[in-house]
Design a protein around this ligand. Structure first.
Ligand code: NAP
Length: 287
């Protein structure tokens, strides 16, 4: 496993395991245990995934089984409903309790919506108090990210955004690097769209190295300095997705993959008022 160093000196695994859309507690707990068994140490959840408790139960078992807490890198996220100073203060405590942890490795604002500046102040306080080792954001498009960085006291350590061969966001990645923010790819497989797992362009590159299109897609992102957090509930796929550290794509391969970029997302549209309204309407707890 390789690591990246965040802008505050904290080391973060360059590949992790995501648990979005694994709502069943038993399946989620088993998936996290399997992932840890396959060598993953970064686990990416969110309050809105409604599975922090299942992740926490897996972590307790893994730690009891001999994995050191310090080896693990646990990320969770603040939901829109809690995007305020007061809301974030409570949400951080709730996530810590659900995950049964004394500290979070990374805490992210899930969406640039609501009073996220107020929320960030609470996150900065929790960071200074040692409850969170690094703080960051998600889905901050370039103009939002620039405004944020020019305003806040602590530059976010990470910006987790949609990044895969079909939506590459080269300009957004460049801006993150300018601010010393680590880009982290959500949906590194485009959630299975575009026949990514059988896509001829990725198949032919993979054949040169004995690798699958999934492995090529992940390797492409890590080679451009992007942390990846693929999700799978299948242990064999977890193993496959982790097996990307023994080969390197050539410049020619990288350029061939660059041609797959569509320049827009077909998964979410944060500029659509209906989507923004939908996210605000998604409640994860009673008031
Ligand atoms: P993804 O990782 O791009 O794709 C997951 C899909 O790919 C699942 O259907 C999985 O199926 C399949 N898959 C995984 N490995 C495979 C392989 N080697 N061969 C064939 N199929 C494979 O999508 P994602 O879960 O949306 O994104 C990853 C993580 O990013 C999430 O879990 C979450 O932690 C995070 N995320 C964050 C945001 C945000 O707004 N911050 C948004 C979305 C996601 P099986 O599970 O059946 O194997």
């Amino acid at each position: 496993m390789e690591f990246v160093t965040l802008n505050n000196g904290v080391k973060m695994p360059a590949e992790g395991f995501g648990v979005f859309q694994v709502p069943d507690p038993g399946q989620c707990e088993q998936a996290v245990l399997d992932a840890i068994d396959e060598g993953y140490r970064l686990i990416d959840t969110a309050a809105a995934y409604m599975n922090e408790t299942a992740v926490g139960n897996a972590l307790i078992k893994a730690i009891a089984g001999g994995v050191a807490r310090e080896e693990l890198f646990i990320t969770t996220k603040l939901w829109v409903q809690d995007a305020s100073y007061k809301g974030a203060k409570t949400a951080i405590e709730t996530s810590l309790a659900n995950l049964q942890l004394e500290y979070l490795d990374l805490y992210l604002i899930h969406q640039p919506m609501g009073d996220y500046y107020g929320a960030y102040r609470a996150m900065e306080e929790a960071y200074k108090a040692g409850k969170i080792k690094a703080i960051g954001v998600c889905n901050f498009y370039p103009h939002v990210l620039a405004d944020f960085c020019e305003t806040v006291g602590i530059i976010p350590a990470v910006n987790q955004v949609e990044l895969h061969p079909f939506f590459q966001q080269a300009d957004a990645v460049a801006l993150m690097k300018e601010y010393k923010i680590v880009p982290e790819a959500w949906a590194p497989f485009a959630e299975g769209k575009y026949e990514i797992f059988t896509r001829p362009e990725l198949v032919s590159i993979g054949e040169k190295y004995g690798k699958t299109p999934a492995q090529v897609a992940l390797r492409w992102n890590v080679q451009r300095g992007v942390v990846v957090i693929p999700k799978s509930v299948h242990k064999e796929r977890m193993k496959q997705n982790m097996n990307i550290w023994d080969f390197a794509l050539t410049q020619e391969d990288m350029e061939a993959i660059a041609k797959l970029d569509m320049g827009h997302s077909e998964i979410v549209d944060h500029s659509d008022p209906a989507f923004v309204k939908f996210l605000h309407g998604m409640k994860i707890h009673d008031e």
